[in-house]
Design a protein around this ligand. Structure first.
Ligand code: CS2
Length: 469
């Protein structure tokens, strides 16, 4: 039976937000919140989505009027909701000028981003712009950009030239102080193009920090088939997500202009940092630890990994003895209770979140997820056996060969460099020498304990190494 193609049923909403990086995460998180805020309080806050790389999402969404189903996967089954806040999709490499025009339009008051860690073209260890990044080199020499920082700077330049206020730049990526990082790369790039532009952005621009949270595994072809059977609609681009969601936003927008996020459960605060640190270290840190160790132990998903009692005990120990002691809780938050809630979220069997998916881009993720905690623990004289083992698992992972000699499909912007280091005569020494990832003093402190953790991992395998002797 041929099912009807999903189609727009809601009237269009004027575009107020241009979103760079229209991936599954934003479609299951920010877009849903904005749709609810517009339903609650109105406002021309429709979203124009931009894909910075491939046309795939546009090709799937266009025939559906930009709409899609967001499917909540909870213990009681799946519930689909029709998301219609995305008004259209642009593919940046096809027409960068059209993207800039949308970002510079008077109605656009927010440019939000989910471009992943590597999309900021910064050095993960310092947060500073990498001026040698090929896309940054390109964007310095050409008015039509390729990178996210390039689009932001050129759009702000056009707004200034047109006598408009800047748009608020809202980073929704898992970076510590994401507002400060995006502000830093934008100002650095702008200064290299036009110092007066940089001064204007520094004075007038706003870059609120955010903490975003919802587990959104990649959609598989079989999910598309299942969602069609569940709903009776043929949707070529559904997104799947857990019931939980959280969005903490620093309330600092140009002219105070934003959707009524507070009406739909977004926490508007003056300082996001404690929330970001908690989430990056407790959720993303253990996600990465479980991803590398779980993958090496033969587990395909996070739910499968924490269903293994050795891993369940390991992750609970990580929170209790290595991560929570190094954190300052955000106001009103009970960190052990938060850890318990995270465990239940990981264990949700309906969410098939692959260890391989989370293992991607470790060079960009580990500094804020794991290295910050390790550094605090070194300084406090607190042992971190579990985090060291996770780091040792990453060294093996990026070598491209698992402990049984099977190949690993490593995805990372530094994949070639990492593989060369991890397959050299001194893998730990060569990996720790990568200054993009490991700052000097931390690398020196890590040397001996990481060698010991790696030796234990190689001797007994990932699962056995989890349990302290
Ligand atoms: C995950 C995150 O893929 C990853 O690296 O750790 O995408 C994680 O699922 C989200 O940050 C949850 O909010």
């Amino acid at each position: 039976m041929t099912l009807p193609r999903l189609a727009r049923t809601a009237p269009p909403v004027g575009v107020g937000i241009v979103h760079l990086g229209l991936g599954a995460f934003f479609r299951a998180h920010g877009a849903v919140y904005v749709q609810e805020a517009v339903a609650a309080s109105g406002g021309a806050w429709g979203v124009l989505g931009v894909s910075l790389q491939s046309p795939d999402t546009r090709n799937r969404l266009d025939p559906q009027g930009g709409t899609y189903l967001a499917v909540e996967q909870g213990p009681a089954g799946e519930v689909a909701r029709h998301v219609q806040i995305v008004q259209g999709v642009r593919v940046a490499p096809e027409d960068p000028g059209a993207v800039l025009a949308a970002m510079a339009a008077p109605g656009t008051r927010i440019v939000s981003l989910t471009v992943t860690e590597k999309g900021y073209c910064h050095e993960p260890s310092t947060g500073q712009l990498n001026p040698d990044h090929p896309d940054i080199r390109h964007d310095l020499a050409n008015p039509l950009p390729r990178s996210a920082p390039g689009f932001l700077v050129r759009a702000l330049q056009a707004r200034r030239a047109a006598g408009l206020a800047p748009c608020t730049v809202l980073s929704c990526d898992n970076l510590p102080d994401n507002g400060r990082v995006v502000r830093g790369v934008v100002l650095d790039l702008a200064r290299r193009i036009d110092p007066a532009l940089a001064d204007w952005i520094a004075a007038e621009g706003r870059f609120p920090g955010t903490m975003v949270d919802r587990i959104v595994p990649a959609t598989r072809p079989e999910d598309i088939v299942r969602v069609a059977a569940l709903t009776g609609w043929q949707d070529e681009a559904p997104v799947l997500h857990e019931p939980f969601r959280q969005w903490v936003v620093q309330d600092d927008f140009v002219g105070g202009d934003r959707p009524d996020l507070g009406a739909v459960g977004v926490q508007l605060v003056s300082d996001v940092a404690p929330f970001e640190h908690m989430k990056l270290r407790m959720l993303n840190g253990t996600h990465s630890a479980l991803a590398y160790l779980g993958y090496l132990a033969g587990h395909a998903t996070i739910a499968e990994t924490v269903a293994d009692p050795a891993f369940a005990a390991f992750v609970r120990r990580l929170w209790a003895t290595e991560i929570i002691p190094a954190l300052t809780p955000p106001p009103g938050v009970d960190l052990p209770a938060y850890a318990g809630q995270l465990f239940d979220r990981y264990a949700n069997p309906a969410i098939r979140h692959r260890t391989w998916q989370i293992a991607m881009d470790g060079s960009q993720k580990l500094p804020q997820r794991i290295l910050g905690t390790l550094d605090s623990n070194f300084k406090a004289g607190r042992p971190s056996p579990g985090l060291l083992l996770a780091l040792a698992a990453w060294v093996t992972y990026v070598s491209g060969t698992d402990l049984q000699g099977q190949p690993i499909d490593v995805r990372d912007p530094l994949a070639d460099t990492l593989r060369a280091a991890a397959t050299s005569a001194d893998p730990v020494g060569a990996i720790l020498a990568l200054r993009q990832v490991f700052p000097e003093p931390l690398a020196a402190r890590l040397d001996a304990p990481l060698r010991a953790a790696r030796a234990a991992l190689m001797a007994s395998g990932a699962r056995a190494a989890l349990t302290p002797a």
